[in-house]
Design a protein around this ligand. Structure first.
Ligand code: ADP
Ligand code: ZN
Ligand code: ZN
Length: 730
């Protein structure tokens, strides 16, 4: 017998399947996904590998093949579905198979199904087939259970029935075991929530019988009651004896959120997180495999957990960028969740207060079903949003970061005993030139994306198409000389606000805060206890934290992320501002928002003011379509790195010339340096490719071959990484 394996060696040079002979004594135990040890290379070094395919019995090798040495039962074996998922991820993200399998593999763990204490009973399906099967051990077991009702698993073993047979019957759903863990605390939905839930339930029932999957996009403001709907859907999944995966963005993995899941499903939740230790992982896997627990909750990596019957996958805050893995191997956890749902026949719920533009397009195309939860559960109104034009302020002689309107409202709210949040979005590192008089930011003519200033060349460069223009001393819009780099952050804002309001207690909350989570928690608690009047912060204050007494939200530089050099800049700006605005959470009074911007005429601000999501999505999708950005086109980034600049540049141009043959002139852009060209001793250049999604397969295959060949032909002095629809192009 011969098998194909993927080795654990991650290099692209060896990105292919290897064929081995399976010694006869191992044939009986063979299955796909198993971890084995094989001799490899000239020295026959022992390495581990995973069996991907058992070759047909008429396969005959043209030369003598090496033999598999042994099975590794102490390493995770993958099942058919996980292998299928791995191959989808490999193809979509141009990754070597071994790198994907590594995401799914856990070292040194022995997980045995332990059913001994489980009470086994016959299912309806079992009762239905009992008369149709011929005399066998299987029939005996079914008949015994039909007569006696429930029997302890260990008792069946004592009576001489074999464990694999009983497990097989459980997996075939003709036997089952009583699961004490199905208990959950009651969830009572409102009429509106029930309407939505019923749609999900109907679909889950249907899918269960035909083993298909559908995707729901649950679109509802923070506090509208999405989580309660998740709970009800989870209960239903458990009732059908299926397991559940819940993905949360890193920042939402708070004790508060997990606590809600745990108290609704006592003793049934496995917590996963990115710093989880091997021991904890082993324990988690064991609990899930043995079905001692049925719900896993964690960040994107939780999607790779081995579970054989997932009935429901929930992706909360599906638009969140933390689902995208920025490091190698790059993948989008939300998209992987959807792939997995389809393979496992699980229902998928994507939840968000501000769904991604991509997901909304899937709704338009009929791939996802939109479920709209309009009001907040407690019925509070939307706040009043005032858009303040900061160039007007300048003309009035106010050159500070606090507009007159914000100043007046701060004083008013403090007098009324309410608290204030001041938000500045300073995510990532961006540095663009903006006219202080008219707010003009210079954009690329071809791409409609802000140009990035490169200090070394003193040029403004487009990070998509490499369009370069000289640094301007005068604003091309109004002629003003007051062109400045923008770099205001929370720290500077804190100083300014403290000086302006010396009698108020002002604090800062962002990820730079020293003292870690403990310190952050103290600040949050102090704010809740009203010891702090004004809290200045980044997106931390926009997510997952419930502040009950916020009367005013001030947004400084509400257009900062609008100028981020990425086609998603407007989407991010809209999402983050909507989330921040959602923090005016007083249940009895209307909140106020002062949104300061230099671009008051940009359509997103009227959409925000009017809470007009539909208009935002329509407008944004038109923009994406016009420029062929995702979800209509695909963007691929090839990131080159090397220690010698001249060699790297030569290589990048050679690669460009090779690739150019396969892509049209408007699909591939000339190589250009990263904004920070030298980083950690490496020079960095990139090539961006953009192509229509209906041309996918052929071009994808070509890119995959390009990647493998690059490493085969190159001496490894330079590296290239590939990303599909990356987050940020700097
Ligand atoms: P979301 O997940 O959309 O942010 P939540 O599910 O957290 O919203 O609901 C917001 C608040 O309303 C929570 O405090 C929650 O306990 C409460 N709530 C929502 N639905 C119900 C319900 N059916 N019964 C009682 N309380 C509810
Ligand atoms: Zn200007
Ligand atoms: Zn451009």
């Amino acid at each position: 017998m011969y098998v194909e394996v993927v080795t654990s060696i991650e290099t692209r040079k060896l990105n292919k399947l290897f064929t081995y002979e399976l010694p006869e004594e191992l044939e009986q135990k063979i299955s796909i996904g198993q971890n084995v040890t094989v001799p490899f290379g000239k020295s026959n070094k022992e390495i581990s590998a995973i069996i991907i395919k058992i070759l047909p019995s008429d396969y005959f090798p043209t030369m003598e093949l090496k033999k598999i040495i042994r099975f590794n039962p102490d390493k995770t074996s993958l099942d058919k579905n996980l292998l299928k998922l791995a191959s989808f991820i490999r193809d979509k993200y141009f990754l070597p198979f071994s790198s994907v399998l590594k995401l799914m593999t856990i070292k040194n763990i022995i997980v045995k199904d332990d059913y001994s204490n489980k009470i086994i009973f016959i299912t309806e399906k079992g009762l239905a087939i009992i008369n149709g099967i011929r005399k066998s051990k299987k029939k005996e077991i079914l008949e015994t259970l039909k007569v006696e009702g429930n029997i302890l698993f260990s008792e069946l073993i004592i009576r001489g029935y074999k464990k694999p047979l009983i497990v097989e019957m459980i997996n075939a759903d003709i036997l089952n075991f009583e699961n004490k863990l199905l208990v959950s605390n009651n969830v009572n939905l409102s009429i509106k929530q029930k309407d939505i839930y019923n749609k999900i339930e109907n679909q889950m029932q249907k899918e269960d019988s035909i083993n298909e999957s559908s995707v729901f996009l649950l679109f509802g403001a923070t506090g509208s009651g999405k989580t309660e709907i998740y709970f009800k859907a989870i209960q239903n999944s458990l009732k059908n004896n299926k397991q559940v995966i819940v993905l949360l963005p890193e920042i939402n993995l708070t004790e508060q959120m997990i606590g809600r899941f745990e108290s609704t499903f006592p003793d049934n939740v496995v917590k996963w997180h990115s710093q989880i230790t091997t021991i904890q992982k082993m324990k988690a896997w064991k609990e899930l495999v043995n079905r001692e627990k049925n719900i896993i909750i964690g960040p994107r990596s939780a999607i790779f957990t081995k579970m054989s019957n997932v009935g429901l996958i929930i992706v909360d805050e599906e638009h969140d960028s933390s689902y995208y893995q920025q490091n190698y191997p790059n993948y989008n956890g939300r998209d992987v969740a959807i792939m997995r749902g389809k393979i496992d026949g699980a229902t998928i719920i994507l939840g968000s207060a501000t769904p991604s533009v991509e997901s909304m397009e899937k709704v338009n195309e009929g791939e996802y079903e939109l479920l709209r939860l309009e009001e907040k559960y407690y019925g509070q109104d939307n706040p009043i949003v005032n858009i303040v034009d900061m160039s007007d302020e300048l003309h009035k002689g106010n050159s500070t970061i606090i507009s007159e309107a914000l100043d007046i409202t701060i004083k008013k709210k403090i007098n009324q005993g309410e608290q204030i949040l001041i938000f500045i979005n300073r995510r990532g590192y961006y540095n663009f030139l903006m006219c202080r008089d008219c707010g003009n930011v210079i954009k690329c003519e071809n791409c409609d994306i802000p140009l990035t200033y490169h200090e070394k060349e003193k040029k403004l460069i487009c990070h998509y198409c490499d369009n370069k223009i000289d640094k301007q001393d005068n604003c091309p819009n109004c002629g003003s000389k007051r062109i400045r780099g923008i770099g205001l952050g929370t720290e500077q804002a804190l100083d300014i606000i403290k000086k302006k309001y010396p009698n108020l207690n002002v604090e800062r909350l962002d990820s730079d805060i020293k003292g870690g989570n403990t310190k952050k928690k103290t600040i949050i608690q102090d704010y809740k206890d009203k010891k702090i009047d004004i809290l200045v912060g980044t997106q931390i204050i926009a997510k997952g934290i419930d502040f009950p007494n916020v009367g005013l939200i001030g947004i400084l530089l509400g257009d900062m992320s609008l100028n981020f050099p990425d086609y998603r800049a407007r989407e991010w700006t809209f999402q983050i501002l909507m989330q921040v605005i959602g923090r005016t959470s007083r249940r009895d009074k209307k909140g106020e928002v002062i949104l300061q911007t230099y671009h008051p005429s940009d359509i997103i601000y009227s959409d925000i003011k009017n809470f007009d999501y539909q208009n935002f999505y329509n407008h944004e999708l038109k923009f994406r379509k016009r420029h062929n950005y995702p979800p209509f086109g695909e963007i691929v980034k090839l990131q080159f790195q090397g220690t010698n600049r001249d060699d790297l540049i030569e290589l990048v141009w050679n690669s460009y010339n090779t690739l150019k043959i396969k892509f049209q002139i408007d699909e591939i852009f000339q190589p250009k340096p990263n904004r920070i060209e030298k980083f950690n001793g490496n020079w960095r250049w990139q090539i961006i490719i953009k192509f229509n999604r209906n041309k996918l397969t052929e071009k994808e295959q070509y890119l995959k071959e390009f990647m493998d060949n690059f490493y085969i032909n190159n001496n490894n002095k330079e590296m290239v990484y590939i990303e599909r629809n990356p987050y940020g192009l700097i």
